[in-house]
Write a protein that binds this ligand. Structure first.
Ligand code: SAH
Length: 279
């Protein structure tokens, strides 16, 4: 898929206005860099009429009505937003892209080097952070981990870095499995991390001591009985990708699947739970 990139050289105080207007033209991502605003939309949405519209908005604010525009392939577009990704401390971890330095104040953290590309799971989402914060309390070392909806592989990689014996990640997004494999290599855990494309049916194995599932409510409800079957008797399941408002409904689904709510946490409107098999 091709993307159109606009580069508007306008003072920062106009960015908010322009972002709001451009969103109406299906611009869905923005990168701000002092007096430069970059905006991205599917190339198919860009034409003479939308160009005139943008020129018009600039004129209404007495700004020069010129800007750069170019069509970029997915890869270049990745390179653009990669620039906006910064190291992030989450509990005992520091998540950073390969091109960033470790800030000295975080030298004691467990390093997760994650190059996000197109997959969700940079640690910039609450649900990933909630799952990561549970992790140290759930591992003694030597566990077999299942990472459902692995994305970038961030959760499986984090578990391996804290001493899990092996991780098996799976994801329906073919892009994710490539990305997770790359990230496992980057973090020196590729020999213990296997990634498969597909949903739970690509996992005939069971007896996992720890299962991560950061997906969404509907998928989690569907997969809960399957997860219960995959867990070792003393195993733990971390559910994320849920909102606070999902709590009641999920508590019921957890109960229905013969599982027990063991721990929970929230960040902003997001809710995450640790579930166990034995009462
Ligand atoms: N584990 C990462 C990514 C979570 S995003 C993290 O914690 O940050 C959720 C991922 O689940 C996406 O990559 C999506 O492709 C995947 N997914 C959605 N439905 C799925 C399903 N039924 N089976 C497996 N993966 C699924």
């Amino acid at each position: 898929m091709k993307t159109v990139e606009l580069v508007l050289r306008v003072p920062e105080r106009y960015h908010e206005f322009l972002i709001a207007e451009l969103s109406d033209l299906d611009f869905e991502s923005f990168a701000e860099d002092n007096d430069r605003l970059r905006a991205y939309a599917p190339a198919t949405r860009w034409n003479a009429a939308s160009r005139e519209q943008v020129e018009h908005w600039l004129r209404t604010r007495d700004l020069p009505d010129t800007f750069e525009e170019r069509i970029v392939e997915d890869e270049n577009w990745n390179a653009r937003w990669e620039e906006t990704i910064r190291p992030l401390a989450v509990g005992r971890f520091l998540i950073k892209p390969t091109w960033a330095e470790v800030p000295p104040e975080h030298a004691d953290k467990v390093l997760l080097e994650i190059d996000p590309k197109m997959s969700f799971g940079t640690g910039y989402h609450e649900s990933t952070r909630l799952a990561l914060r549970f992790l140290p309390g759930l591992l003694d070392g030597g566990e077999a981990v299942l990472d459902a909806g692995t994305g970038t592989g961030v959760l499986g990689i984090a578990a391996l870095k804290l001493g899990a014996a092996s991780a098996l990640g799976f994801d329906i997004d073919p892009w994710a499995s490539t990305n997770a494999t790359e990230n496992a290599l980057l973090n020196g855990v590729a020999d213990r991390f296997e990634v498969r494309e597909g949903s739970l049916d690509v996992v005939p194995e069971s007896g996992f001591e720890l299962v991560f599932a950061n997906i969404n409510r509907n998928v989690l409800v569907d997969l809960l009985p399957g997860f219960a079957a995959k867990l070792a008797p003393h195993g733990r399941l971390v559910l994320a990708g849920l909102l606070r408002t999902d709590r009641e409904m999920m508590a019921e689904a957890i109960h229905q699947a013969g599982l027990h709510l063991y721990d929970e946490a929230t960040e902003n409107e997001w809710w995450s739970a640790v579930v166990k098999k034995e009462a």
